[in-house]
Design a protein around this ligand. Sequence first.
Ligand code: KIV
Ligand code: ZN
Length: 414
Amino acid sequence: MPEGNVESKIGNVTGKLAPLGAASTPGNRVRIFDTTLRDGEQSPGCSMNTPEKLRMARQLEELGVDILEAGFPIASTGDFEAVRQVAQQAGDTITIAALARCAPADILRSAEALEPARHARIHVFLATSDIHLEHKLKIGRAEALERIGTAVRLARQHVEDVEFSCEDSTRTDRAFLCEAFQTAVQAGATTLNIPDTVGYTAPREYAEITALVRRAVGEGPILSVHCHDDLGLAVANSLAAVEAGARQIECTINGIGERAGNAALEEVVMALRVRHDLMPYTNGINTELLFPTSQLLSEIIGVPVQPNKAIVGRNAFAHEAGIHQDGVLKNALTYEIMTPQSVGVPTNMLVLGKHSGRHALLSRLEGLGYRIEAGQINDIYRRFSELADRKKVVVEDDLVRLMQHHEQSLPAGV
Ligand code: KIV
Ligand code: ZN
Protein backbone atom coordinates (compact mmCIF):
# COMPACT_ATOMS: atom_id res chain seq x y z
CA MET A 1 0.00 0.00 0.00
CA PRO A 2 1.45 3.40 -0.89
CA GLU A 3 2.63 5.64 1.93
CA GLY A 4 1.01 8.99 2.49
CA ASN A 5 -2.28 10.46 3.45
CA VAL A 6 -5.58 8.68 3.76
CA GLU A 7 -6.55 9.45 0.16
CA SER A 8 -3.46 7.83 -1.27
CA LYS A 9 -4.05 4.80 0.91
CA ILE A 10 -7.28 4.12 -0.87
CA GLY A 11 -5.65 4.50 -4.21
CA ASN A 12 -6.21 7.89 -5.79
CA VAL A 13 -9.87 7.85 -4.84
CA THR A 14 -10.87 11.45 -4.63
CA GLY A 15 -8.11 13.09 -6.64
CA LYS A 16 -8.09 13.51 -10.39
CA LEU A 17 -6.43 10.78 -12.43
CA ALA A 18 -2.74 11.41 -12.85
CA PRO A 19 -2.02 13.28 -16.09
CA LEU A 20 -0.01 11.47 -18.71
CA GLY A 21 3.56 11.84 -17.51
CA ALA A 22 6.45 9.84 -16.18
CA ALA A 23 4.30 7.53 -14.07
CA SER A 24 1.55 7.54 -16.62
CA THR A 25 2.77 7.32 -20.18
CA PRO A 26 0.69 7.09 -23.36
CA GLY A 27 1.64 3.41 -23.27
CA ASN A 28 -0.48 2.77 -20.22
CA ARG A 29 -3.52 4.75 -21.31
CA VAL A 30 -6.47 2.34 -21.63
CA ARG A 31 -9.18 3.32 -24.09
CA ILE A 32 -12.72 2.81 -22.92
CA PHE A 33 -14.90 1.51 -25.75
CA ASP A 34 -18.53 1.68 -24.72
CA THR A 35 -20.92 -0.72 -26.42
CA THR A 36 -24.04 -0.01 -24.35
CA LEU A 37 -25.86 1.14 -27.48
CA ARG A 38 -24.89 -1.94 -29.49
CA ASP A 39 -24.07 -5.11 -27.50
CA GLY A 40 -25.90 -3.74 -24.46
CA GLU A 41 -28.96 -2.91 -26.46
CA GLN A 42 -29.00 -6.49 -27.79
CA SER A 43 -30.00 -7.87 -24.40
CA PRO A 44 -33.66 -8.72 -23.85
CA GLY A 45 -35.71 -5.76 -22.62
CA CYS A 46 -32.88 -3.26 -23.15
CA SER A 47 -33.67 -1.90 -26.60
CA MET A 48 -33.67 1.86 -27.15
CA ASN A 49 -35.23 4.05 -29.82
CA THR A 50 -33.28 6.80 -31.57
CA PRO A 51 -34.10 9.68 -29.18
CA GLU A 52 -33.19 7.43 -26.25
CA LYS A 53 -29.91 6.44 -27.89
CA LEU A 54 -29.12 10.10 -28.54
CA ARG A 55 -29.75 10.98 -24.91
CA MET A 56 -27.59 8.12 -23.72
CA ALA A 57 -24.86 8.97 -26.25
CA ARG A 58 -24.67 12.56 -24.93
CA GLN A 59 -24.23 11.23 -21.41
CA LEU A 60 -21.56 8.73 -22.47
CA GLU A 61 -19.65 11.47 -24.24
CA GLU A 62 -19.76 13.60 -21.10
CA LEU A 63 -18.67 10.57 -19.09
CA GLY A 64 -15.53 10.53 -21.21
CA VAL A 65 -15.67 7.29 -23.17
CA ASP A 66 -13.11 7.21 -25.99
CA ILE A 67 -15.10 5.15 -28.48
CA LEU A 68 -18.86 4.78 -28.56
CA GLU A 69 -20.27 1.86 -30.55
CA ALA A 70 -23.62 3.27 -31.59
CA GLY A 71 -25.17 0.27 -33.36
CA PHE A 72 -25.23 -2.24 -36.20
CA PRO A 73 -26.49 -0.19 -39.17
CA ILE A 74 -27.31 -3.13 -41.45
CA ALA A 75 -29.59 -4.64 -38.78
CA SER A 76 -32.50 -2.24 -39.34
CA THR A 77 -33.40 1.21 -40.62
CA GLY A 78 -33.85 2.28 -37.00
CA ASP A 79 -30.32 1.19 -36.11
CA PHE A 80 -28.91 2.92 -39.19
CA GLU A 81 -30.72 6.15 -38.32
CA ALA A 82 -29.59 5.99 -34.68
CA VAL A 83 -25.93 5.55 -35.65
CA ARG A 84 -26.21 8.39 -38.15
CA GLN A 85 -27.74 10.78 -35.63
CA VAL A 86 -25.28 9.82 -32.89
CA ALA A 87 -22.48 10.46 -35.40
CA GLN A 88 -24.05 13.84 -36.25
CA GLN A 89 -24.26 15.07 -32.66
CA ALA A 90 -20.88 13.70 -31.54
CA GLY A 91 -18.14 16.17 -30.68
CA ASP A 92 -14.47 16.25 -31.49
CA THR A 93 -13.05 14.11 -28.73
CA ILE A 94 -14.98 10.90 -29.26
CA THR A 95 -14.88 8.21 -31.94
CA ILE A 96 -18.17 6.74 -33.13
CA ALA A 97 -18.08 3.09 -34.15
CA ALA A 98 -20.52 0.97 -36.15
CA LEU A 99 -20.54 -2.81 -36.38
CA ALA A 100 -20.37 -4.75 -39.63
CA ARG A 101 -20.02 -8.39 -40.61
CA CYS A 102 -17.42 -9.29 -43.23
CA ALA A 103 -19.89 -8.50 -45.98
CA PRO A 104 -19.74 -5.55 -48.43
CA ALA A 105 -23.36 -4.51 -47.76
CA ASP A 106 -22.71 -4.30 -44.00
CA ILE A 107 -19.52 -2.30 -44.45
CA LEU A 108 -21.05 0.15 -46.92
CA ARG A 109 -24.07 0.68 -44.67
CA SER A 110 -21.79 1.36 -41.69
CA ALA A 111 -19.67 3.77 -43.72
CA GLU A 112 -22.81 5.64 -44.80
CA ALA A 113 -24.18 5.85 -41.24
CA LEU A 114 -20.83 7.12 -39.96
CA GLU A 115 -20.40 9.81 -42.61
CA PRO A 116 -21.26 12.75 -40.30
CA ALA A 117 -18.83 11.64 -37.56
CA ARG A 118 -15.64 13.63 -37.05
CA HIS A 119 -13.92 10.44 -35.94
CA ALA A 120 -15.40 7.24 -37.36
CA ARG A 121 -14.52 3.60 -36.87
CA ILE A 122 -15.87 0.58 -38.72
CA HIS A 123 -15.83 -2.49 -36.50
CA VAL A 124 -15.70 -5.60 -38.66
CA PHE A 125 -16.06 -9.08 -37.23
CA LEU A 126 -15.99 -12.70 -38.29
CA ALA A 127 -16.24 -15.84 -36.18
CA THR A 128 -13.05 -17.90 -36.22
CA SER A 129 -13.67 -20.87 -33.91
CA ASP A 130 -14.20 -24.21 -35.66
CA ILE A 131 -17.56 -24.55 -34.00
CA HIS A 132 -18.76 -21.28 -35.55
CA LEU A 133 -17.05 -21.84 -38.91
CA GLU A 134 -18.49 -25.32 -39.28
CA HIS A 135 -21.98 -24.94 -37.85
CA LYS A 136 -22.86 -21.27 -38.27
CA LEU A 137 -20.93 -19.93 -41.26
CA LYS A 138 -20.38 -23.32 -42.96
CA ILE A 139 -17.02 -22.25 -44.37
CA GLY A 140 -13.43 -23.44 -43.92
CA ARG A 141 -10.49 -21.55 -42.47
CA ALA A 142 -9.09 -20.51 -45.84
CA GLU A 143 -12.39 -18.91 -46.81
CA ALA A 144 -12.51 -17.16 -43.43
CA LEU A 145 -9.08 -15.60 -44.01
CA GLU A 146 -10.15 -14.52 -47.48
CA ARG A 147 -13.27 -12.82 -46.11
CA ILE A 148 -11.32 -11.06 -43.36
CA GLY A 149 -8.77 -9.61 -45.78
CA THR A 150 -11.40 -8.45 -48.26
CA ALA A 151 -13.66 -6.93 -45.63
CA VAL A 152 -10.95 -5.03 -43.78
CA ARG A 153 -9.55 -3.67 -47.06
CA LEU A 154 -13.01 -2.45 -48.06
CA ALA A 155 -13.56 -0.84 -44.67
CA ARG A 156 -10.19 0.93 -44.97
CA GLN A 157 -11.33 2.48 -48.24
CA HIS A 158 -13.97 4.35 -46.22
CA VAL A 159 -12.33 5.09 -42.86
CA GLU A 160 -8.80 5.11 -41.48
CA ASP A 161 -9.82 3.58 -38.19
CA VAL A 162 -10.81 -0.07 -38.62
CA GLU A 163 -11.26 -2.54 -35.81
CA PHE A 164 -11.36 -6.25 -36.49
CA SER A 165 -12.78 -8.86 -34.08
CA CYS A 166 -12.37 -12.64 -34.23
CA GLU A 167 -15.75 -13.60 -32.79
CA ASP A 168 -15.41 -16.49 -30.31
CA SER A 169 -11.65 -15.86 -30.05
CA THR A 170 -11.28 -17.78 -26.83
CA ARG A 171 -12.55 -21.02 -28.41
CA THR A 172 -10.52 -20.51 -31.59
CA ASP A 173 -7.48 -22.62 -32.36
CA ARG A 174 -4.59 -20.44 -31.17
CA ALA A 175 -2.45 -20.68 -34.32
CA PHE A 176 -5.46 -19.87 -36.51
CA LEU A 177 -6.42 -16.98 -34.25
CA CYS A 178 -2.98 -15.46 -34.79
CA GLU A 179 -3.24 -16.04 -38.53
CA ALA A 180 -6.65 -14.35 -38.66
CA PHE A 181 -5.37 -11.29 -36.80
CA GLN A 182 -2.23 -11.12 -38.97
CA THR A 183 -4.46 -11.15 -42.05
CA ALA A 184 -6.53 -8.29 -40.61
CA VAL A 185 -3.41 -6.24 -39.85
CA GLN A 186 -2.01 -6.78 -43.36
CA ALA A 187 -5.34 -5.57 -44.75
CA GLY A 188 -5.17 -2.40 -42.65
CA ALA A 189 -6.88 -3.06 -39.30
CA THR A 190 -5.67 -0.67 -36.61
CA THR A 191 -7.36 -2.25 -33.57
CA LEU A 192 -7.65 -6.00 -32.96
CA ASN A 193 -10.38 -7.15 -30.63
CA ILE A 194 -10.22 -10.55 -28.91
CA PRO A 195 -13.82 -11.21 -27.82
CA ASP A 196 -14.65 -13.82 -25.24
CA THR A 197 -18.00 -14.08 -26.97
CA VAL A 198 -19.45 -16.81 -24.80
CA GLY A 199 -17.88 -15.80 -21.48
CA TYR A 200 -15.81 -18.98 -21.39
CA THR A 201 -12.29 -17.92 -20.55
CA ALA A 202 -10.59 -17.27 -17.20
CA PRO A 203 -8.09 -14.52 -16.32
CA ARG A 204 -4.84 -16.48 -16.70
CA GLU A 205 -5.87 -18.05 -19.98
CA TYR A 206 -7.16 -14.75 -21.39
CA ALA A 207 -3.91 -13.01 -20.46
CA GLU A 208 -1.99 -15.76 -22.27
CA ILE A 209 -4.12 -15.37 -25.40
CA THR A 210 -3.61 -11.60 -25.35
CA ALA A 211 0.15 -11.99 -24.99
CA LEU A 212 0.18 -14.55 -27.81
CA VAL A 213 -1.70 -12.22 -30.15
CA ARG A 214 0.66 -9.39 -29.24
CA ARG A 215 3.67 -11.53 -30.19
CA ALA A 216 1.99 -12.56 -33.44
CA VAL A 217 1.09 -9.05 -34.65
CA GLY A 218 3.86 -6.94 -33.11
CA GLU A 219 3.52 -3.62 -31.32
CA GLY A 220 1.59 -1.69 -34.00
CA PRO A 221 -2.10 -2.47 -33.55
CA ILE A 222 -4.02 -1.68 -30.38
CA LEU A 223 -5.27 -4.83 -28.71
CA SER A 224 -8.79 -4.76 -27.38
CA VAL A 225 -10.78 -7.00 -25.04
CA HIS A 226 -14.48 -7.72 -25.08
CA CYS A 227 -15.73 -10.03 -22.35
CA HIS A 228 -19.10 -11.55 -21.63
CA ASP A 229 -20.10 -12.42 -18.10
CA ASP A 230 -21.48 -15.95 -18.38
CA LEU A 231 -19.17 -17.14 -15.58
CA GLY A 232 -19.11 -13.81 -13.76
CA LEU A 233 -15.51 -13.23 -14.92
CA ALA A 234 -15.93 -10.47 -17.49
CA VAL A 235 -14.30 -7.71 -15.44
CA ALA A 236 -11.52 -9.93 -14.08
CA ASN A 237 -10.76 -11.23 -17.57
CA SER A 238 -10.68 -7.71 -19.02
CA LEU A 239 -8.23 -6.53 -16.38
CA ALA A 240 -6.01 -9.59 -16.82
CA ALA A 241 -5.82 -8.85 -20.55
CA VAL A 242 -4.84 -5.23 -19.86
CA GLU A 243 -1.97 -6.47 -17.71
CA ALA A 244 -0.95 -8.65 -20.68
CA GLY A 245 -0.88 -5.71 -23.09
CA ALA A 246 -4.46 -4.87 -24.15
CA ARG A 247 -5.11 -1.12 -24.25
CA GLN A 248 -8.81 -1.00 -25.07
CA ILE A 249 -11.63 -2.40 -22.96
CA GLU A 250 -15.07 -2.91 -24.47
CA CYS A 251 -17.75 -2.64 -21.83
CA THR A 252 -21.27 -1.41 -21.07
CA ILE A 253 -22.99 0.66 -18.41
CA ASN A 254 -24.53 -1.56 -15.72
CA GLY A 255 -22.94 -4.52 -17.54
CA ILE A 256 -25.92 -4.96 -19.85
CA GLY A 257 -25.40 -7.13 -22.93
CA GLU A 258 -26.08 -10.49 -24.55
CA ARG A 259 -27.12 -13.21 -22.04
CA ALA A 260 -25.31 -12.51 -18.75
CA GLY A 261 -24.05 -9.21 -20.12
CA ASN A 262 -20.71 -7.55 -20.85
CA ALA A 263 -17.98 -6.31 -18.54
CA ALA A 264 -19.48 -3.41 -16.56
CA LEU A 265 -17.80 -0.10 -17.45
CA GLU A 266 -18.17 1.29 -13.93
CA GLU A 267 -16.50 -1.78 -12.40
CA VAL A 268 -13.58 -1.84 -14.82
CA VAL A 269 -12.94 1.87 -14.37
CA MET A 270 -13.17 1.88 -10.58
CA ALA A 271 -11.00 -1.24 -10.27
CA LEU A 272 -8.35 0.57 -12.31
CA ARG A 273 -8.72 3.68 -10.20
CA VAL A 274 -8.91 2.18 -6.71
CA ARG A 275 -6.12 -0.32 -7.40
CA HIS A 276 -3.94 2.05 -9.40
CA ASP A 277 -1.09 0.80 -7.21
CA LEU A 278 -1.49 -2.69 -8.73
CA MET A 279 -2.67 -1.67 -12.19
CA PRO A 280 -0.97 1.60 -13.17
CA TYR A 281 -3.18 2.39 -16.15
CA THR A 282 -5.10 5.56 -16.87
CA ASN A 283 -8.28 6.36 -18.76
CA GLY A 284 -10.38 9.40 -19.54
CA ILE A 285 -13.51 8.61 -17.55
CA ASN A 286 -14.98 11.24 -15.24
CA THR A 287 -15.86 8.79 -12.49
CA GLU A 288 -18.21 11.23 -10.76
CA LEU A 289 -20.61 10.68 -13.64
CA LEU A 290 -20.74 6.90 -13.22
CA PHE A 291 -23.77 6.79 -10.93
CA PRO A 292 -25.82 9.40 -12.86
CA THR A 293 -25.04 7.53 -16.09
CA SER A 294 -26.12 4.22 -14.59
CA GLN A 295 -29.34 5.82 -13.35
CA LEU A 296 -30.07 7.38 -16.72
CA LEU A 297 -29.66 4.05 -18.52
CA SER A 298 -31.85 2.31 -15.99
CA GLU A 299 -34.53 4.96 -16.42
CA ILE A 300 -34.37 4.81 -20.24
CA ILE A 301 -34.57 1.01 -20.58
CA GLY A 302 -36.78 0.50 -17.54
CA VAL A 303 -34.47 -2.15 -16.08
CA PRO A 304 -33.53 -1.55 -12.44
CA VAL A 305 -29.97 -2.02 -11.21
CA GLN A 306 -29.65 -4.96 -8.82
CA PRO A 307 -29.29 -3.54 -5.27
CA ASN A 308 -25.95 -5.22 -4.57
CA LYS A 309 -24.42 -4.29 -7.94
CA ALA A 310 -20.82 -3.12 -7.47
CA ILE A 311 -20.26 0.66 -7.69
CA VAL A 312 -23.77 1.73 -8.75
CA GLY A 313 -26.17 -0.55 -6.83
CA ARG A 314 -28.40 0.96 -4.14
CA ASN A 315 -26.49 -0.97 -1.47
CA ALA A 316 -22.98 -0.33 -2.78
CA PHE A 317 -22.46 2.35 -0.10
CA ALA A 318 -25.06 1.22 2.44
CA HIS A 319 -24.15 -0.27 5.80
CA GLU A 320 -26.50 -2.07 8.14
CA ALA A 321 -24.42 -4.24 10.46
CA GLY A 322 -23.81 -2.50 13.79
CA ILE A 323 -20.07 -3.15 13.75
CA HIS A 324 -19.80 -1.73 10.22
CA GLN A 325 -21.92 1.31 11.04
CA ASP A 326 -19.84 2.02 14.12
CA GLY A 327 -16.66 1.75 12.04
CA VAL A 328 -17.97 3.95 9.24
CA LEU A 329 -19.11 6.63 11.69
CA LYS A 330 -15.62 6.67 13.19
CA ASN A 331 -13.85 6.59 9.81
CA ALA A 332 -15.44 5.61 6.50
CA LEU A 333 -12.19 3.95 5.40
CA THR A 334 -12.92 1.10 7.78
CA TYR A 335 -15.49 -0.34 5.38
CA GLU A 336 -15.29 1.77 2.23
CA ILE A 337 -12.52 1.43 -0.36
CA MET A 338 -13.72 4.43 -2.36
CA THR A 339 -15.84 7.40 -1.47
CA PRO A 340 -19.45 7.46 -2.69
CA GLN A 341 -18.77 10.94 -4.09
CA SER A 342 -15.97 9.59 -6.30
CA VAL A 343 -18.59 7.71 -8.35
CA GLY A 344 -21.28 10.38 -8.08
CA VAL A 345 -23.29 8.89 -5.22
CA PRO A 346 -24.13 11.85 -2.94
CA THR A 347 -23.44 10.08 0.35
CA ASN A 348 -23.11 6.73 2.02
CA MET A 349 -26.13 5.41 3.86
CA LEU A 350 -26.47 3.83 7.24
CA VAL A 351 -29.54 1.64 6.97
CA LEU A 352 -31.29 1.26 10.30
CA GLY A 353 -32.43 -2.32 10.81
CA LYS A 354 -32.17 -5.12 13.32
CA HIS A 355 -28.40 -5.36 12.82
CA SER A 356 -27.78 -1.72 13.68
CA GLY A 357 -26.13 -0.61 16.89
CA ARG A 358 -26.49 2.31 19.30
CA HIS A 359 -23.90 4.45 17.56
CA ALA A 360 -25.78 4.54 14.24
CA LEU A 361 -29.15 5.07 15.95
CA LEU A 362 -27.89 7.98 18.03
CA SER A 363 -26.16 9.53 15.05
CA ARG A 364 -29.40 9.40 13.03
CA LEU A 365 -31.47 10.79 15.90
CA GLU A 366 -29.03 13.63 16.36
CA GLY A 367 -29.28 14.29 12.64
CA LEU A 368 -33.03 14.65 13.16
CA GLY A 369 -32.43 17.22 15.87
CA TYR A 370 -32.89 15.11 19.02
CA ARG A 371 -30.50 15.58 21.94
CA ILE A 372 -30.34 12.29 23.82
CA GLU A 373 -29.28 12.16 27.47
CA ALA A 374 -27.04 9.25 28.47
CA GLY A 375 -29.72 7.92 30.82
CA GLN A 376 -32.27 7.65 27.99
CA ILE A 377 -30.21 5.64 25.54
CA ASN A 378 -31.07 2.16 26.78
CA ASP A 379 -34.83 2.73 26.67
CA ILE A 380 -34.68 4.29 23.19
CA TYR A 381 -32.47 1.50 21.88
CA ARG A 382 -34.79 -1.18 23.37
CA ARG A 383 -37.80 0.40 21.60
CA PHE A 384 -35.80 0.63 18.37
CA SER A 385 -34.74 -3.06 18.55
CA GLU A 386 -38.34 -4.18 19.07
CA LEU A 387 -39.42 -2.14 16.07
CA ALA A 388 -36.50 -3.34 13.92
CA ASP A 389 -37.45 -6.95 14.68
CA ARG A 390 -40.86 -6.26 13.17
CA LYS A 391 -39.79 -4.02 10.27
CA LYS A 392 -36.98 -4.76 7.79
CA VAL A 393 -35.87 -1.12 7.59
CA VAL A 394 -36.55 1.61 10.16
CA VAL A 395 -37.08 4.96 8.42
CA GLU A 396 -37.08 8.51 9.75
CA ASP A 397 -40.87 8.64 10.29
CA ASP A 398 -40.55 5.53 12.48
CA LEU A 399 -37.88 7.27 14.54
CA VAL A 400 -40.03 10.35 15.05
CA ARG A 401 -42.94 8.18 16.28
CA LEU A 402 -40.56 6.17 18.45
CA MET A 403 -39.27 9.37 20.06
CA GLN A 404 -42.83 10.62 20.65
CA HIS A 405 -43.68 7.39 22.51
CA HIS A 406 -40.44 7.59 24.42
CA GLU A 407 -41.12 11.20 25.48
CA GLN A 408 -44.72 10.40 26.49
CA SER A 409 -43.41 7.61 28.72
CA LEU A 410 -41.07 9.92 30.63
CA PRO A 411 -42.17 11.13 34.10
CA ALA A 412 -43.53 14.71 34.04
CA GLY A 413 -40.83 17.39 34.08
CA VAL A 414 -38.08 15.22 32.52
O1 KIV B 1 -19.30 -10.87 -28.26
C1 KIV B 1 -18.86 -10.69 -29.40
O2 KIV B 1 -18.11 -11.49 -29.97
C2 KIV B 1 -19.25 -9.47 -30.09
C3 KIV B 1 -18.52 -9.14 -31.35
C4 KIV B 1 -19.45 -8.68 -32.41
C5 KIV B 1 -17.43 -8.17 -31.06
O3 KIV B 1 -20.07 -8.73 -29.60
ZN1 ZN C 1 -20.33 -9.18 -27.42
